[in-house]
Design a protein around this ligand. Structure first.
Ligand code: BES
Ligand code: ZN
Length: 396
């Protein structure tokens, strides 16, 4: 009995020893695993389009990760014109059909008769029917723009307009001016039976649109760091229909890794880590940031380092500007010049005469596509290592 339990104890000890040994042998990989986990966590959220629920989840994730690493976090909201259809439909005789709001359509939910306008909706066409207080149903085409049809409908007293596409699918109509009445398009397939209705139906057009997007930059620093010498940043938003693994969960993960790496060091007393939103809509987040930054802080900055698309392609490229140019390696600079790569957030800092470094890895076959789903963790690690050397050098 005693012998058996001793053996059990010994086996247990051997098992524990084996686990500890294998963990310690693998410990150099722990950081890489964290980089991969961060990219995967972000990719799983879906396309992080500025203003979308996925982008909000991403910003919450970032806030948490920085706090865990001991940083204070500020969320900087900013707003810019960006039309969004937040769910529009046309209900006919009690059945809701999906419609697409025209870009710049006003919101609203008018109810009335659904009046079929003959031909293509010229002023004359509108004179042959009574659309006063009604929703006009008009065919696309006939040499008239969407805006002209909308104007004719509004002038004739319509309270809403639905344009039937001339293809089976739907179309995102674009207006140059806000519409006087709610305006939407319906697919050719869904519109055909409506155009064929013998009697006027009762309808409600529900157009829900938003003229602006709100983005949020995530700014992390140790307590009391008010005048950073260095900004380490990159965007975390992505384009519609792309999970943005390389563009730019890769850069986001490297920034988090650098923040964790420097958390206890003197370097972090001089750094702000920033994840920018709204980049894919034209560098909106970094523009808002430099505009709102105290001019004394802007002037005292040694530089800004941007990471964008650092998880694909073996060769690390570093582009430099101003006083940081010398830091960018000679060999990489040539390639950067010959390829007209990537406008990204460092441009907003360059525009304010802040020296910049841009870490990237060039063309990605999955750029802005649904297949931008994974990156090479080794490349993230290498980017972090190359960057941390330069950072320590700069802040010495
Ligand atoms: N990540 C890209 C920029 C990029 C492309 C970096 C290739 C490295 C390699 C960025 O998100 C982007 O798409 N930028 C746009 C312009 C931006 C202002 C919308 C671009 O480069 O066309
Ligand atoms: Zn990008």
């Amino acid at each position: 009995m005693l012998f058996r339990s001793r053996r059990t104890l010994l086996n247990l000890a051997i098992a524990i020893f084996t686990i500890v040994l294998s963990l310690s042998l693998r410990s150099p990989n722990f950081a890489t695993d964290l980089l991969t986990a961060d990219v995967q966590a972000l990719v799983k959220m879906g396309a992080r389009v500025t203003g979308s629920p996925a982008a909000e989840r991403a910003s919450e994730f970032l806030v948490n990760e920085y706090r865990k690493a001991g940083y204070q976090v500020e969320i900087q909201p900013f707003s810019y014109p960006k039309f969004a259809d937040v769910g529009s439909d046309l209900t006919v005789n009690g059945t809701a059909i999906r419609v697409w709001a025209m870009v710049r359509s006003r919101s609203g939910h008018p109810s009335g008769k659904l009046v079929i306008v003959p031909n293509y909706g010229t002023s004359e066409d509108f004179q042959t029917v009574n659309v006063k207080g009604a929703i006009a149903l008009v065919r696309r085409g006939g040499g008239l723009t969407f805006a002209q049809k909308i104007d004719h409908a509004a002038a004739a007293g319509a309270i809403g307009i639905v344009i039937v596409n001339n293809q089976p699918d739907n179309v995102r109509g674009m207006l140059m001016q806000p519409s006087p009445i709610p305006a939407a398009a319906i697919s050719g397939k869904d519109g055909a039976p409506l155009l064929a209705q013998p009697t006027e139906a009762q309808a409600t057009l529900n157009v829900q649109s938003r003229p602006n997007a709100v983005g949020r930059n995530i700014i992390a620093h140790l307590p009391n760091v008010r005048q950073p010498k260095l900004i380490i940043g990159g965007h975390f938003d992505s384009v519609e229909n792309s999970p943005g693994a390389n563009d730019n969960a890769s850069g986001t993960a490297v920034i988090l890794a650098l923040a964790r790496q420097f958390a206890q060091s003197t370097e972090a007393q001089q750094i702000w880590f920033i994840n920018f939103d709204g980049e894919e809509d034209g560098l909106k987040g970094s523009e808002a940031f430099v505009e709102q930054l105290d001019s004394a802080v802007l002037k005292s900055l040694k530089g800004m380092i941007n990471f964008d698309m650092v998880g694909v392609n073996d060769r690390l490229l570093i582009d430099g500007s101003g006083a940081l140019s010398a830091v960018a390696t000679q060999s990489t600079r040539e390639e950067v010049r010959s390829s007209r790569f990537g406008r990204s957030d460092h441009a907003s800092f360059q525009a304010k005469a802040v020296p910049t470094l841009f870490f990237f890895r060039g063309k990605d076959p999955n750029y802005h596509s649904p297949s931008d789903k994974s990156v090479d963790p080794r490349l993230l690690k290498e980017t972090q290592q190359a960057a941390s050397k330069i950072i320590s050098q700069l802040l010495k």
